[in-house]
Design a protein around this ligand. Structure first.
Ligand SMILES: *Cc1c(COP(=O)(O)O)cnc(C)c1O
Length: 468
């Protein structure tokens, strides 16, 4: 907002000789930096008074949108609000200041946190043992597949190189299988968005069951749908000697409702940063612990030194403890209720390609009325004008105008009603004043950017306004 007045860069506000600091008295006498280490000319640093610096950075920070400012319905990400207490626990110097090479007898507390978190994860998932080493969800997938590969090799089953992946899977699933040196075979989904069991049966017959290493499933899947055919699928895969892998990135709505271990899965990963509290905007750090059923733990590989991203582990443990055994069970049902409430309240104006009960998130295929020419991109941009973060758009790739909404369990009914009201308002504007929506955003520091131009002619340097 004040950017025009105050300049985009602190350098543009610089005035020669202006100072906003004072240094303490020189206590070193007339010591001089050796001549060969001295600069030939003065460093090009901004010279500003204190208030200019304070206002510049405060105004910049106010241009940022975060969950502490407003509702953030980004799909496929889950944890958006990360309770502050978890940050405080992770920052405790007794944990944060540990060195990984300290003698083991001085790090017993951190070890206990790891052991206790693994125990809690076993209880929540119904699996037997966990390793905390993987650094992310995708790293967990790779770790899990390495375990599966070693298991088959330990039995002399060298030919098992195929991994069955549904067409709705997150892109990391086939990528991890490929990195692990395995081959991917895709199984189709039904029109209702879940895995087609008959297609799986045919696929197994075609490729030969004795070649199947594993099947990877995400549940609820990337459309937010519970895979109801897991018992039949598990029977088919186990029947030919393959193992079942559970991509647990969407574990949030399962908390307290159902456990992958009880569904017959052998190996899974959990995205601690998605289900158990760690801010992950900007891409990390995260943690992707891997759990296995009894008998597979000897195959845990060494995928990182020490205990992975320990601060993420600390946050997860603090989060689980602060909810406690009884309240952790409310997470899944509340997230599911909030998502279904939004879906049902908007499905008369937004296209719902797959109807029925969803879990923690769901996907619209743009506005219902396609005659206005208003796209998902336009709706997302217009939401910014109303002070909402946009949902995930154009993912999953199954639909042309995907708009993926995930409210999470911690939002109040009033907040959710406010969002529903604005989404309806935008649908109305699309009819009465489509140009208003197509040219949005209007109230943000930067208006509609030209993505095509940005991709074709990227300008990655900034030309400074001259103040001379
Ligand atoms: C996010 C996600 C992943 C990958 O997790 P990262 O931590 O980003 O590597 C895998 N599968 C699904 C379903 C996801 O949503």
């Amino acid at each position: 907002m004040n950017n025009k007045l105050y300049g985009n860069l602190i350098f543009e506000l610089s005035q020669p000789g202006r100072k906003g600091y004072s240094l303490p008295k020189n206590r070193f006498g007339d010591y001089k930096v050796p001549a060969d280490m001295q600069r030939k000319e003065a460093a090009q640093l901004p010279e500003c008074d204190e208030m200019t610096v304070v206002r510049h950075y405060t105004n910049l920070s106010a241009n940022n949108f975060g969950v502490d400012n407003g509702f953030y319905p980004l799909g496929s990400c889950t944890m958006k609000y990360n309770p502050k207490i978890n940050e405080e626990m992770a920052a405790l110097p007794q944990f944060a200041a540990l060195h990984p090479l300290q003698p083991a007898e001085t790090t017993r507390g951190a070890e206990a946190v790891c052991t206790l978190l693994c125990k809690a994860l076993c209880e929540l998932t119904g699996l037997h043992a966990f390793t905390l080493k993987p650094f992310a969800g995708a790293h967990g997938e790779l770790t899990g597949l390495m375990i599966i590969r070693k298991y088959h090799e330990s039995r002399g089953d060298m030919q098992r190189r195929l991994v069955v992946v549904p067409d709705s899977a997150h892109g990391t699933n086939p990528a991890s299988a490929a990195v692990c040196g395995l081959e991917i075979v895709e199984v189709k989904s039904l029109a209702d968005g879940t895995v087609d069991v008959e297609a799986l049966r045919e696929l197994i017959a075609t490729v030969g069951g004795e070649n199947i290493a594993a099947m990877m499933m995400t549940n609820p899947n990337t459309l937010g749908l519970f895979e109801r055919q897991i018992p039949a699928i598990e029977k088919l895969i186990h029947g030919v000697g393959g193992l079942m892998y559970y991509d647990g990135a969407n574990l949030n709505p399962m908390l307290g409702a159902a456990r992958p271990g009880d569904m017959g899965f052998d190996v899974m990963h959990i995205n601690l940063h998605k289900t158990f509290s760690t801010p992950h905007g900007g891409g990390g750090p995260g943690a992707g612990p891997v759990g296995v059923r009894k008998g597979l733990e000897p195959f845990f590989p060494m995928v990182s030194p020490y205990h992975g991203n320990f601060a993420v582990v600390m946050r997860a443990y603090a989060y689980i403890l602060s909810l406690g055994r009884e309240h952790v069970k409310e997470v899944g049902p509340l997230a599911t209720l909030n998502a279904n409430y939004i879906k049902e309240s908007l499905k008369d104006v937004y296209e719902l390609p797959i109807d029925g009960l969803c879990k923690h998130e769901f996907v619209f295929d743009g506005l219902k009325d396609k005659s206005t020419g208003v796209t998902t991109m336009d709706v997302a941009k217009r939401l910014l004008d109303y002070g909402y973060h946009a949902p995930t758009i154009y993912f999953p790739l199954l639909f042309h105008e995907s708009l993926m909404i995930e409210p999470t369990e911690n939002e109040s009914k009033e907040t959710i009603d406010g969002f529903i009201g604005v989404m309806r308002q935008i649908a109305e504007e699309a009819k009465t004043n489509p140009d208003l929506v197509k040219s949005a955003p209007h109230n943000t520091p930067i208006g509609r950017v030209d993505d095509v131009l940005a991709a074709k002619h990227p300008i990655v340097t900034y030309r400074q306004m001259s103040n001379e």
